[in-house]
Write a protein that binds this ligand. Structure first.
Ligand code: OGA
Ligand code: NI
Length: 341
């Protein structure tokens, strides 16, 4: 557990060598513009004209940025605040309360760990700790969750159910916009729901390191609660832009699977997390994903002679192993699945 950044970061005054990224990956000292152009979409009204406007907004954002934020999303501010404060408390618990969750075994489903996928084989580590566990089906998963803080299971259980509902509402709007039946994305494609809580402690030199290196999300769709501390950046037209932290909004981003199913109509965008020297940042991320055996392919209704499929069919588990092997190299992840038309 001594590897966790939160366990030693407050005692160091300079960034350890093993956290210094190669020059071409460093955020550097220049200020990244905080982006007001990543759409903030009000999904509070979904009837009549408003509904078609919202759908159009979502599709445009998904095509152009791969990212958008939603407000008036139906998850109560009270629940969002409770969940945020609960996870801050969790990370601040004494070591003995968290020790049973710490593991370097990537197969352990409920685990506390640090950096990204494979710590042992990394040349450079990322400045973050993470706690992750499955959330669906709730009754099965909950048994694995922490019992401290005492309200953990109640708060995270409610949060997981509410965010699942929200993700279905968004997927439904996306389906409607693309002209697909919701059945296309229901069930197998949304079977798995993983909650990941990222903790980025204050960092002595944010210009040299990253909280999370450049990647696209491997799953279907991601719903992220960023809170009020800045750190998330999206790569767009050759430059990094920052996503404005709106405390009561959710950041939504398109995963690779939705890019494939939509036959490239929606895109998965590269993003990364930067650190800051002043305050710890905690983000609460819900990954909606297919089950391992699900076959992914462009939706039948979206392909025709004029719109040939851009990707071949594959099993989600096959994709995941490519994803792990590519280790953040977003250029090559989809290569084995592309049909060159
Ligand atoms: C992720 C992610 C960004 C953040 O967990 O996949 O992109 O700001 N997180 O924590
Ligand atoms: Ni991500």
């Amino acid at each position: 557990m001594e590897k966790l950044v939160s366990n030693w970061s407050s005692t160091v005054h300079s960034l350890p060598e093993s956290y210094v990224f190669p020059p071409d990956q460093r955020p550097g000292k220049h200020i990244v513009p905080l982006c007001k152009t990543i759409p903030v979409i009000d999904i509070g009204k979904l009837v009549g004209h408003d509904r078609s406007d919202v759908i159009q907004h979502i599709l445009n954002a998904g095509q152009e940025f791969g990212f958008f934020q939603v407000i008036n999303h139906g998850v109560s501010e009270n629940l969002m605040e409770n969940t945020r404060s609960l996870f801050k408390e969790f990370f601040n618990l004494p070591d003995e309360d968290k020790a049973s969750f710490y593991s370097e075994d990537t197969n352990k489903s409920c685990r506390l760990c640090t950096s990204s996928f494979n710590y042992a084989n990394q040349e450079v580590h990322s400045w973050r700790d993470k706690f992750r566990h499955p959330c669906h089906p709730l009754e099965e998963c909950m048994q694995l969750w922490p019992e401290k803080p005492t309200r953990y299971r109640e708060v995270v259980g409610t949060y997981s159910v509410e965010v699942r509902k929200l993700s279905f509402r968004i997927l439904e709007l996306i389906c409607e916009g693309l002209g697909l039946q919701m059945g296309c994305l229901g069930d197998e494609l949304t079977k798995s729901q993983i909650l990941t809580v990222n903790r980025y402690p204050p960092c002595p030199d944010p210009s040299l390191t990253l909280g999370l290196q450049k990647h696209c999300d491997p799953n279907l769709i991601t719903i992220l609660l960023q809170g009020d501390v800045y750190g998330l950046q999206v790569f767009k037209d050759g430059q990094w832009i920052g996503i404005e932290p709106l405390p009561n909004a959710f950041v939504v981003n398109i995963g690779y699977q939705l890019q494939v199913i939509s036959n490239g109509k929606l895109k998965s965008a590269e993003h990364r997390a930067v650190t800051n020297s002043k305050e710890a940042r905690t983000t609460i991320v819900t990954f909606i994903s297919p089950s391992m055996d699900t076959v992914i392919e462009p939706a039948e209704d979206l392909v025709s002679e004029l719109n040939p499929p851009l990707y071949r069919a594959f099993q989600y588990k096959e994709f995941l192993s490519t994803y792990m092997a590519c280790n953040g190299d977003t250029e090559t992840v989809l290569e084995p699945y592309k049909l060159h038309v």
